[in-house]
Design a protein around this ligand. Structure first.
Ligand code: ZN
Length: 506
């Protein structure tokens, strides 16, 4: 007898259709699995056979052939246990092959026949819908991921015996649809930190708001303990909440990484702050089984590198590709994986080794030492920083009870206003934010008053700016003007933007 079901292999965050065929024939007893399975899939054979036996299904000694096709795609993980078992049950006549013919299965089996959750169910469910698969069967513990995907029937399986029983009696447990919009509303801000808690630092907060408004990459420079990481961690609270589509996009990544928590999807923009000892591979993803790296886990959110000068040079260098292409492409001999990586880069650095430059009462570093320290983050990354802001040590008066009006709500309203302005501006372009403008687009969209242009030219000469630095000032000034809904860039906008260039950046 022959039986075929569908399954899916996830490479990167993109599933591919796999058909699982089982043929049981007479002849010498044998068990073949073909279709270039990885070692994990070969282990599936053992698990599936024990699971079937322990669930009371007898597997006769006959010639069993299992084919996972197409053969040329990589198939990882234990998610093929369930489809193999289901197809085998069909081929052995325990279930009607017809009843599972248009069905996709994903799930691991334990030796006693119970279905165990696997990573990547959310992208698979979305993929199944897009590919007009009628039914998807997933392990019970993955059920919540299916709840947010409509347009196909999704059922959960808790064990092989339960599956056979419920399939026959047509009482498979259907996943109840959940309202994504409502989930976002309920969970948004439930654990977001607020800028209200940051004392003083009004100018650094303003710079942060500008950065979020134009999606500019940001660098905080200041002594230890001044509040750099406090502020960075609050940036997700000033960007509008994720749309349902963005939520699915981000949650797919977390599903693949096995990081969906509390049986719900990701409701807030991610904030990732890897330690400076992180390896390049962990930062951008990859390894033998491609896993999302920190840049991908920060997709649609913030990647924060604290103590940026302490990161290894090679580690910082690998950020070049995601910063330019907004994605990571991993090419290996036997697979190619693409991970999205569209994040706002925020870095923090001490101004020098001791941390107190330019306070010469405390800092005794030489100018050369200061340059050298900063030089560690120079090059490809500092090149891409648009806004550099000094975070000063707090003064006594900052500890007063005076409430700052720069709380997250106030800042978010401004950021949202600037986002609407940019949406309108770039409606015919492929970009969304001022930071993404190329020189041509800068010419088209950045009208400057004469007095503003004059100041910019003076700054160019005075600070010996690079062409890149020159254009960055215009882009940041464009965002500052957007925050005031000013069509033209005025001289105060340029002046403020010039102030966000650190002399070490050019
Ligand atoms: Zn120093």
């Amino acid at each position: 007898m022959f039986c075929r079901v569908f399954s899916a292999a996830v490479c990167g965050v993109d599933p591919q259709l796999v058909s699982v065929e089982v043929d049981v024939a007479g002849g010498l007893p044998a068990f073949h699995m073909v279709g270039l399975p990885s070692s994990e899939v070969r282990e599936a054979k053992e698990r599936v056979m024990r699971a079937l036996e322990n669930s009371g299904f007898e597997v006769p000694s006959r010639r069993i052939t299992i084919n996972l096709s197409p053969a040329n795609i990589r198939k990882n993980g234990a998610g093929f246990d369930l489809p193999i078992a289901a197809a085998l049950l069909g081929a052995l006549g325990y279930i009607d092959p017809e009843s599972v013919s248009e069905t996709m299965f994903v799930g691991e089996l334990s030796l006693d026949g119970s279905a165990l959750p696997v990573n990547g169910i959310l992208p698979i469910a979305v993929f199944a819908r897009e590919n007009k698969i009628k039914r998807l069967l997933i392990p019970e513990k993955n059920g919540f991921e299916g709840a947010y995907v409509s347009g196909l029937e999704i059922f959960t399986v808790s064990s092989l015996t339960g599956f056979v029983r419920d399939l026959k009696s047509r009482s498979l447990k259907r996943v109840e649809q959940a309202d994504l919009e409502r989930m976002l509303e309920e969970n948004y801000r439930s654990n977001l930190l607020d800028f209200r808690d940051v004392r003083g630092q009004e100018s650094a907060k303003r710079a942060t708001m500008i950065a979020a408004a134009g999606f500019h990459n940001l660098l905080y420079v200041g002594p230890p303990g001044a509040g750099k990481s406090l502020m960075a961690a609050r940036i997700p609270s000033i960007i509008r909440r994720l749309s349902p589509d963005e939520c699915l996009e981000v949650s797919k990544i977390y599903s693949v990484a096995g990081l969906l928590k509390d049986e719900t999807l990701v409701a807030n923009r991610p904030f990732r702050a890897p330690h400076h000892s992180i390896s390049s591979a962990a930062l951008i993803g990859g390894s033998a089984n491609p896993r999302p790296g920190e840049v991908t886990l920060a997709h649609k959110g913030v990647l924060f590198l604290d103590e940026a000068a302490e990161f290894k040079k090679d580690t910082i260098e690998v950020l070049r590709q995601p910063l330019e292409e907004k994605r990571i492409v991993i090419n290996r001999a036997n697979y190619r994986a693409v991970f999205p990586a569209d994040f706002m880069l925020v870095m923090a650095a001490n101004p020098c080794k001791c941390g107190y430059y330019p306070d010469r009462n405390l800092c005794h570093c030489t100018d050369l030492e200061v340059r050298k320290y900063f030089g560690k983050i120079k090059g490809p990354v500092l090149d891409r920083i648009d806004i550099c802001v000094a975070v000063e040590k707090l003064n006594v008066e900052d500890f007063s009870d005076k409430v700052s009006e720069m709380d997250s709500e106030h800042m978010r309203k401004n950021v949202e206003l600037a986002h609407r302005v940019q949406e309108e501006r770039f409606r015919k372009e492929t970009i969304h934010f001022n930071a993404q403008m190329n020189n041509q687009q800068i010419e088209t969209y950045c009208f400057m008053q004469d007095s503003a242009k004059k100041i910019l030219d003076q700054a160019y000469n005075k600070y010996n700016l690079s062409a890149r630095g020159y254009y960055k000032i215009i882009k940041v000034a464009r965002t500052i003007a957007d925050l005031e809904e000013s069509g033209e860039i005025r001289k105060e906008h340029i002046l403020e933007a010039v102030g966000y260039r650190n002399h070490l950046m050019d």
